[in-house]
Design a protein around this ligand. Structure first.
Ligand code: SAJ
Length: 414
């Protein structure tokens, strides 16, 4: 059998490669020439450990090819982005475009799987778009399924194999057919349900994490007002056998946890009250961090009579990765560059070679080493707890420090 994977991004390409690794004939489809050319040459256009070798092998064996047009296949896997619009409503236009692209190829007995993270009802909507293009197929009925992915960036090639999968089918037969396809590479449990439950399961997992991070972030603001060390507090409370509080930070980044809860809020605006509040609390955290830096800057200015040098350590959305997309650290660094336009803002990110475009336009911003930043700065702002920053605790003593991750807590105490 053959599979067409539509969307060769962070999820589609690994899925295509792991299917090919297990002997399935896969054709990848993408709107980007750069991506199509890279894959046909056996290369990967982004960073993900081990993926390069999988793609090279699959292309070498002739089991993976790519193009901009959707070919005929027995099964289609749609893995395109589902961003949200300004009002936080989900943007299904990429799913609709994929559906219109594959519809002309259908003969009537295909399986169409939606992998993109989607609001409840999206798989039915995709089916309607396809039947809108192909009313001749409605009577016979195609098989549809939703199979959300839950792999962690940086561990994708491992988690694709080991994670359990949820498969929601338009019918029990469609779910069972999808299970057989994913069984070719998945060693975890494959749990069958309907499409809407599968869609909601993915959203709920990420909302669970978002709500719990919001709890930690709210605590960090309360504790700052109350003169309490929030990290010590959480460590102590977590000794309770049924308490497990997550860690506060400068806000929530990445492409899932800060997005998916809005799909639930959009679907249930009156009733999703806690989920909405969590999003608002996490989204407000970067501004709170900026206010902390401004207060510290005011003090330095009072004491020294000059504009302070500010160092921002870390731009990635979480530790030990190079991914800057939807990163609160990057937003904060960008706002500081504007607010401190008259003084030096020193940015440190050991995982990138040059300043990202968002910061490159600011004449007062420079990308420097952690050592230089710490030596020159009056105010040191820790935004990401990269391992590479762990040893700097002693070096920042005597400076004004805003440590959003609590990485230097132990050093500050001693
Ligand atoms: N964060 C905190 N405090 C914490 C934990 C995380 O502030 O205690 C922040 C991180 O710094 C980061 C953000 O939350 O900015 C998200 O990071 P993450 O590690 O929680 O998650 P992601 O976005 O890398 O991946 C998540 C995972 N979902 C869950 O853990 C429920 C992953 O399994 C999903 O596949 C992925 O979202 C996705 O694609 O949906």
């Amino acid at each position: 059998s053959s599979v067409a994977v539509i969307g060769l991004g962070y999820i589609g390409l690994p899925t295509a490669a792991i299917l090919a690794e297990n002997g399935v004939r896969v054709h990848g489809v993408d709107v980007s020439d750069r991506t199509v050319d890279a894959v046909n040459a056996g290369r990967v256009p982004f960073v993900e450990p081990d993926l390069g070798e999988f793609v090279e092998r699959a292309v070498g064996k002739g089991l993976l090819t790519a193009s901009k047009e959707t070919p005929k296949a027995d099964a289609y896997i749609v893995a395109v982005p589902t961003p949200f619009k300004d009002d936080h409503a989900p943007d299904l236009s990429y799913i609709e475009a994929a559906a219109r692209g594959l519809a002309p190829q259908l003969t009537g007995d295909e399986l169409v799987i939606l992998e993109s993270t989607s609001p409840p009802g999206a798989t039915e909507h995709m089916a309607e778009v396809i039947y809108g293009e192909r009313p001749d197929l409605r009577e016979a009925g195609l098989d549809f399924a939703h199979c959300p992915e839950r792999v962690l960036p940086g561990r994708v090639m491992i988690e694709l194999v080991t994670n359990d999968r949820i498969v929601g089918g338009s019918t029990p037969e469609a779910a069972a057919r999808t299970e057989r396809l994913y069984r070719t590479f998945c060693e975890g449990q494959i749990l069958l349900t309907d499409c809407r439950t599968a869609e909601m399961a993915k959203l709920v997992e990420n909302s669970f994490r978002d709500v719990n991070i919001a709890f930690a972030n709210e605590l960090s603001v309360i504790c700052s007002e109350q003169g309490i060390d929030v990290w010590e507090l959480i460590e102590l409370a977590n000794h309770h056998p049924r308490v497990n509080i997550l860690q506060p930070g400068p806000g929530v980044g990445g492409h899932c946890i800060a997005v998916d809860p809005w799909f639930i809020v959009d679907a249930a605006p009156q009733t999703a009250r806690l989920i909405r509040a969590a999003r608002e609390i996490n989204d407000a955290k970067p501004q709170w961090v900026i206010n902390q830096v401004k207060a510290a800057a005011f003090d330095v200015q009072q004491q020294t009579g000059r504009a302070p040098v500010v160092a921002a350590l870390g731009l990635a959305f979480k530790p030990n990765i190079d991914d800057l997309r939807e990163s609160p650290a990057l937003t904060i660094a960008h706002d500081l560059a504007d607010q401190f336009s008259g003084s030096d803002v020193l940015v440190v990110e050991p995982h990138v070679e040059e300043l990202p475009a968002k910061l490159a336009g600011n004449a007062n911003v420079r990308l420097v080493t952690a050592e230089e930043a710490v030596e020159r700065a009056d105010i040191v702002l820790l935004l990401v707890d990269h391992d590479a920053f762990a040893h700097l605790g002693p070096a920042v003593q005597g400076k004004r420090v805003v440590d959003t991750r609590g990485q230097w807590r132990a050093d500050a105490e001693s």
